[in-house]
Design a protein around this ligand. Structure first.
Ligand SMILES: *[C@@H]1O[C@H](CO)[C@@H](O)[C@H](O)[C@H]1NC(C)=O
Ligand SMILES: *[C@@H]1O[C@H](CO)[C@@H](O)[C@H](O)[C@H]1NC(C)=O
Ligand SMILES: *[C@@H]1O[C@H](CO)[C@@H](O)[C@H](O)[C@H]1NC(C)=O
Ligand SMILES: *[C@@H]1O[C@H](CO)[C@@H](O)[C@H](O)[C@H]1NC(C)=O
Ligand SMILES: *[C@@H]1O[C@H](CO)[C@@H](O)[C@H](O)[C@H]1NC(C)=O
Ligand SMILES: *[C@@H]1O[C@H](CO)[C@@H](O)[C@H](O)[C@H]1NC(C)=O
Length: 322
């Protein structure tokens, strides 16, 4: 999540989407925060500055950006994940864009069920305990167990998608923000082969921890391993990893503020290769990328990485050559 200064970015983009070369597939009128992909290939997009969940069909010639649902009394939607086939969970809250803090008691967990004829939206529960619910993921094989990154308290929370019950599952120094708000600690998180992978934006790190699951409780089954640290460039904006997508080879496609998508490869000891934008952050086609996800459906969709940015860009990268 990066919300600061989004209005500046949007005004820079007033020339409109047609002025950009590919791979921008859509220029949304709002900042974009997170992305989930339906089995139908449709993208679900959240915005940290809008209470509306949007959908975009990347397979349509001129896909339209349409509202799915507007959540009451909130300003921001953050993490979103499919936790049962066709059923997604997401966070709704009131977030102050300057302090990047959620207003006390403003955060709640919602479910959006696309298996119904029209999407069925219901509040799962309030999460007054969590100061900044950011990334959200689901524990494979345990349909209603969600894990959430709390960027302010530097913890991973376990959430029950049926009841909204919440408990701290893992706390570690690698998850803490390195300073007071708006410093953001643990941000994106995803599970692969029993490991929880996560970024820490302020520390610039990408780490993992083995997960245990006993008696309904998620725990750390080992020490956190710091896998990689993004390099900083003297005199430039701080490089901050945000959310990411894991591919079939275990590589992480990480969005890095201010303007890059970087692949972290386990086969090469987590060496980093920038594949979109650059570390100078001056590529106007990728302004503050916030999240990435692989398409679903056809083989071509599954090899397409969709990246969203705080400037509202939806970018598609064909990863088949990488
Ligand atoms: C898509 O949009 C472009 C630009 O506005 C337009 O020229 C084209 O006819 C549209 N294509 C379809 C299939 O609607
Ligand atoms: C939204 O907030 C208003 C004012 O506090 C309150 O009256 C209303 O019931 C709330 N709506 C929902 C759906 O929570
Ligand atoms: C956000 O927080 C700042 C600093 O506390 C405050 O000055 C500002 O009024 C807040 N903005 C909103 C919209 O509440
Ligand atoms: C938040 O909720 C808790 C528990 O329900 C309550 O004690 C507290 O007063 C609430 N805080 C605010 C600011 O509403
Ligand atoms: C992998 O990288 C880490 C630090 O980035 C280093 O300490 C370690 O020696 C490297 N391992 C190999 C096998 O190159
Ligand atoms: C981005 O910044 C670098 C370093 O200042 C410069 O070499 C490069 O030409 C810039 N690229 C663009 C597209 O402005």
């Amino acid at each position: 999540m990066l919300i600061l200064g989004f209005t500046v970015f949007l005004s820079l983009l007033s020339v409109g989407a047609s002025a950009f070369p590919p791979p921008i597939v859509y220029q949304a009128p709002v900042t974009l925060e997170n992305i989930a992909v339906r089995a139908s290939s449709q993208l679900l997009l959240t915005s940290a500055t809008s209470p509306t969940l949007f959908t975009f069909d990347p397979t349509a010639v001129n896909g339209t950006f349409t509202a799915v649902h507007t959540f009451p009394n909130v300003t921001s939607l953050t993490g979103i994940v499919e936790y049962r086939p066709g059923v997604f969970a997401l966070f709704a809250s009131i977030i102050n864009a300057t302090t990047r803090r959620a207003a006390p008691n403003s955060t709640s967990l919602w479910s959006v069920d696309f298996t119904a004829q029209t999407p069925l939206v219901r509040e799962i529960g309030a999460l007054p305990q969590i100061p900044l619910a950011n990334g959200l993921t689901a524990l494979p094989g345990a349909p209603d167990v969600l894990l959430c990154a709390d960027s302010l308290s530097g913890a991973v929370w376990q959430l029950d998608a049926r009841t909204g019950a919440a408990r701290v599952a893992i706390e570690d120094a690698t998850m803490l923000p390195d300073g007071p708000p708006p410093a953001t600690g643990i941000n994106g998180l995803h599970i692969r082969s029993n490991y929880l992978y996560f970024t820490n934006s302020q520390l610039g790190t990408f780490s993992r921890v083995a997960l245990g699951f006993k008696g309904g409780k998620v725990t750390a089954a080992g020490a956190v391993q710091r896998l990689a640290t993004v390099p900083q460039i003297a005199g430039k904006d701080q490089q901050q990893p945000d959310d990411f997508a894991l591919d079939a080879r275990g590589r992480a496609w990480v969005t890095v503020h201010p303007g890059a998508v970087t692949v972290f490869s386990p086969a090469a000891n987590w060496t980093q290769t920038t594949v979109l934008g650059n570390l100078d952050g001056n590529d106007t086609a990728l302004i503050h990328p916030t999240a990435a996800a692989f398409g679903r459906g056809s083989a071509a969709q599954r090899e397409t990485l969709y990246v969203v940015t705080a400037a509202g860009q939806v970018v598609a990268l064909d990863t088949s050559g990488y």
